[in-house]
Design a protein around this ligand. Structure first.
Ligand SMILES: [Zn+2]
Length: 139
């Protein structure tokens, strides 16, 4: 499918809500479809555009863009940031971009060798090396 995609960031000022962030809506639009919103509407840009770890898409966005979802969302947001003049919307775009950046690795102390390591799953207490040794000694 030929697509000329952009972000359409709009304020929903008619909705009365205490949190400002929710007043800003991120829609993906296709300029090949139409120049007018909402005729060119494709889908919403979710906060987390990544497909689920098990490979199943959880949003229309990740269904459309699959494994490229994260990179594509970043590209759309970066492009929108360059053309946006509204400071509130700019701040919201920057917040979204920050959410998409990988977090710095967490270091955990191994309960066997006392060295710091990067856990591969939550609550991992033994480093990969010690796990390997344990596994070999059990054989
Ligand atoms: Zn260890």
């Amino acid at each position: 499918m030929a697509m000329n995609l952009r972000l359409h960031v709009s304020r929903l000022d008619h909705i009365r809500d205490y949190s400002r962030a929710r007043h800003i809506q991120f829609s993906v639009i296709d300029l090949d479809k139409s120049n007018e919103y909402p005729a060119n509407y494709v889908c919403m840009l979710p906060l987390d555009p990544r497909p689920r770890a098990n490979g199943r898409a959880h949003s229309i966005f990740s269904k459309l863009f699959g494994n490229d979802s994260l990179e594509f969302a970043k590209r759309l947001l970066t492009k929108a940031l360059k053309t946006e003049n509204d400071s509130d919307i700019k701040a919201e775009i920057e917040k979204r971009l920050e959410l998409l950046e990988p977090k710095p690795p967490v270091q955990v102390k191994c309960i066997i060798c006392r060295n710091f390591f990067e856990p591969r799953w939550r609550k991992q207490k033994i480093c990969q090396e010690c796990r390997q040794k344990k596994y070999v000694s059990q054989k």
